[in-house]
Every structure is written in C-alpha cells, then in structure tokens.
Write a new protein. Structure first.
Lengths: 115, 112
C-alpha cells in the first residue's frame, strides 16, 4: 500500500502564474481533502472532494479550485499566484462508508515557493 | 478557529513519559478529541482519538477529564523519533464533510 502520494515534491513559481498540484489517495479511500500549511503554522483546510464534487470549503478565495477524478485522485489548482501562497500543500484521504478509526491519512506534501 | 489551547513547546528526556496537555473547554457533547503529530517535513500522522473514555493504542494513551474540558496525550517511553509538533483537535467524527481544523500545536523535543 503506497499510502497517499503527492506530486511534485517541490515547485517554484512566480507571481501571477498558475499551478496544479496532484494527489493520489490511499488505496480504498474515496474522499480527498486539501490543506495549506504556512511556515510555523498548523495546516489550514482548503476544501474536500467526494464523488467528484467539492463538498466543503474553508476560507480560501476562488483562486483555489480543485477537481476529483473517477479514480478518486485529485488536483488542486491555484491561479494568479501571490507571494503569500508560498506554503506546504497537504493532501489527506479518508474513507466515507467504512467504520475505521476515523482518521485522515496525509501525504508528504508539495512545497510551493512563489517568487 | 481552533477550539483548543496547547503549550507552544515542551521538552522530555528520552525514555521518560511525555505528557502533552490540551484544553478544550468549549467542546460539545458529540465532538471527539483527536491527536495528530507532524514530524519535520512530513505530513501529519494520526495518533489517537476519543470521546469521553480513556483510550490506548500502540502509540499512545489519551486521558480525557470527566468534564471533557481537557485531555492529556501520553507517550509512555519517549524516543528521539517522537520529536515533532503535536496537534490536539476537537472535531466531529471524520465522516461526511467533517474535517480537521488545526491550531499551532505543541512542539515536543525529546532530549537524549
């Protein structure tokens, strides 16, 4: 079991550009959540995808959008990048219908630097 | 907004028990206490969660006070690999659209 995987590991962009980050959930999981973690802070919830639709959203602008594919993998897109978007972006997966420990499994993250 | 209060940092000697406190005085009756930890440059890792009874697993023990307004995570024999930021989170069960809302956590340093 590969767990949650994310790509790329690191990314450098300039202000105004657009970026796409990718996530593959843990095997058997159907729900993907995205978090942003600024340096020295805890992760902040961006949004969650289930059944290919955005189910819940945190306090992030519309520049942040996402997508979930039929195989449950997901993308996070950020448009018009700002310096403040520099952060570690974490993907977490969970299972909707199975009684487990109710935990979210996190990937290693993508470190985005905006110059 | 985070519903929990944790000390920003703690030290613990290797081999001793690490006791990490958390205050959650506004917890509601159907909210659980979750603990996650984040080792440097990695994603957060689930440790344990509980509602009102004390819980124990292979990683740690969770002690929740009778009034549920505070809890303590216990790592019985801390090792250097336990050095991490520990997050105490109050949340409904992670089903449906529920998600985790992290605070700034406690940075635990295990000292040789």
């Amino acid at each position: 079991d590969a767990g949650v995987t994310q790509s790329p590991t690191h990314l450098i962009k300039t202000r105004g550009q657009q970026v796409t980050l990718r996530c593959s959930p843990k095997s058997g999981h159907d729900t993907v959540s995205w978090y942003q973690q600024a340096l020295g802070q805890g992760p902040q919830f961006i949004f969650q995808y289930y059944e290919e639709e955005e189910r819940q959203r945190g306090n992030f602008p519309d520049r942040f959008s996402g997508h979930q594919f039929p195989n449950y993998s997901s993308e996070l897109n950020v448009n018009a990048l700002l310096l403040g978007d520099s952060a570690l972006y974490l993907c977490a997966s969970s299972s909707e219908g199975i009684a487990r420990r109710n935990e979210q499994f996190f990937g290693p993250g993508t470190r985005l630097t905006v110059l | 907004d985070a519903k929990t209060t944790q000390p920003p940092s703690m030290d613990c000697a290797e081999g001793r028990a690490a006791n990490l406190p958390c205050n959650h005085s506004t917890i509601s009756g159907n909210e659980y206490v979750y603990w996650y930890r984040q080792i440097h440059s990695q994603g957060p890792q689930y440790i344990i969660h509980g509602l009102k009874n004390n819980e124990t697993n292979e990683m740690a023990s969770l002690i929740i006070t009778e009034d549920r307004k505070s809890s303590t995570l216990i790592l019985p024999h801390a090792t250097l690999r336990d050095t991490a930021v520990y997050y105490c989170i109050v949340s409904l069960l992670l089903t449906g659209a529920n998600n985790l809302f992290f605070g700034t956590g406690t940075r635990l340093t295990v000292i040789p």
